[in-house]
Design a protein around this ligand. Structure first.
Ligand SMILES: [Zn+2]
Ligand SMILES: [Zn+2]
Length: 384
């Protein structure tokens, strides 16, 4: 955000100042996954003050229903609640008051948008059926809060579900949405290499786990370049490599960890098999063994075609809607879309001036003019 960025984009909306106030209050009190208690209390107090009856769910989450003027379907809107383990370096006058924790992804804005949406829906309930607001803890850290909320019945009676992410790659006034994959399968893997340790001067008596780990990292680069079809998006990144104790001992074991990002389950399956084959094959080449532990993380966010078409239609004249490239990031909103039709949207929030820092940077800021737009993006979807 720009600190001056408190305008409302020319829209005549008294509540546009409120959404900024909510966001700044929440920005001051970031909390980590499943510890969002002060955050939950802030939201709960406000919703209760509106005459609503929020119920606690999913650990530190909240679910609240708002009734429309007539009977009709139930449409759910989700906002995620957690901050990140980062020390804020934005210099904002409403910066984090919790040392080592920061809202560096925009979740403070998501909650503020949905809280202001509650104000608006209570004041102007021009819709049929029910709107269910879901404040979800723990998006940033798998297994995340979505599955727990679903297990506790947050989607019971829900017909459709929608969500958005403030997006630092797009300017304010641009929204990105498309059918199919919006965000990736985000998996984690560990390769454990078992060699045979020994004296650094007697390599002939060993199977050097550090050498095998190094070869394995190099060989894994061929998964995407040689096994995955060129037009299929995929990432294999090795994040850590650990092995050995000291300079004159040949390591007995070594461990590599990394992440895999894909948009399709076929490619996900292919890459898991290839990593296993390469890890075991490379170790076998040197007479050692390797084991792969592959943990599937959040599945891909797959938007439903009809929901996308409806939302795009309702946004006409409000924002410029573009067809974005999928993000190779992960998002546990995916779990809701496995259960119900719906869609996820990227809402432009790139600072109008100054440098745009990526999500999860200690310098991350949004342009707050995106916030009232976010409220309108949901309100138009609900009150067509
Ligand atoms: Zn994030
Ligand atoms: Zn996020």
């Amino acid at each position: 955000m720009s600190e001056q960025g408190n305008g409302n984009g020319g829209m005549d909306m008294a509540w546009s100042d409120d959404v900024v106030t909510y966001r700044r209050a929440l920005h001051r009190i970031p909390e980590l996954a499943f510890q969002e208690e002060a955050t939950r209390d802030y939201l709960e107090e406000h919703l209760t003050g509106l005459g609503l009856a929020p119920r606690r769910a999913g650990g530190t989450g909240l679910v609240v229903d708002i009734a429309g003027q007539r009977p009709g379907p139930c449409l759910a809107i989700r906002a995620d609640m957690d901050g990140l383990p980062l020390t804020e370096e934005t210099g904002l006058n409403f910066a984090s008051e919790h040392p080592g924790i920061m809202h560096a992804c925009g979740h403070d804005g998501h909650m503020a948008i949905v809280l202001a949406l509650a104000d608006r829906l209570v004041a102007e309930p021009m819709f049929s059926g029910t709107v269910r607001l879901i404040f979800q803890p723990a998006e940033e850290r798998p297994p995340g809060g979505a599955q727990r909320l679903i297990a506790e019945g947050a989607l019971d009676g829900v017909d459709e579900i929608y969500g958005l992410h403030l997006w630092a790659d797009f300017p304010v006034g641009v929204a990105g949405i498309k059918e199919g994959a919006m965000m990736a399968n985000a998996d984690q893997f560990t390769v454990r290499i078992q060699g045979k340790g020994g004296h650094g001067s007697q390599p002939e008596a060993t199977q050097d786990a550090v050498l095998i780990a190094a070869q394995t990292v190099v060989n894994l680069q061929t998964v995407v370049s040689r096994r995955v079809p060129p037009l299929e998006p995929a990432v294999v990144s090795c994040g850590t490599i650990h092995g050995g104790q000291t300079f004159n001992i040949i390591a007995e074991t070594a461990e590599i960890t990394g992440t895999v990002r894909t948009l399709s389950m076929d490619t996900q399956r292919l890459i898991e098999e290839e990593i296993r084959r390469i890890a075991q094959g490379t170790a076998a080449l040197y007479g050692a063994q390797a084991e792969l532990i592959y943990d599937k993380g959040y599945p891909a966010v797959l938007n439903h075609e009809r929901a996308v078409a409806i939302w795009k239609e309702r946004l006409r004249g409000l924002v410029e809607v573009i067809r974005p490239q999928p993000s190779m990031g992960g998002e546990d909103f995916a779990y809701y879309l496995q259960q119900r039709p719906g869609a996820f949207l990227f809402l432009g929030a790139k600072p109008g001036h100054g440098t745009a820092f990526p999500h999860h940077s200690p310098h991350f800021v949004i342009d707050e003019r995106a916030l009232p737009l976010g409220v309108e993006v949901f309100y138009r979807l609900i009150c067509a």
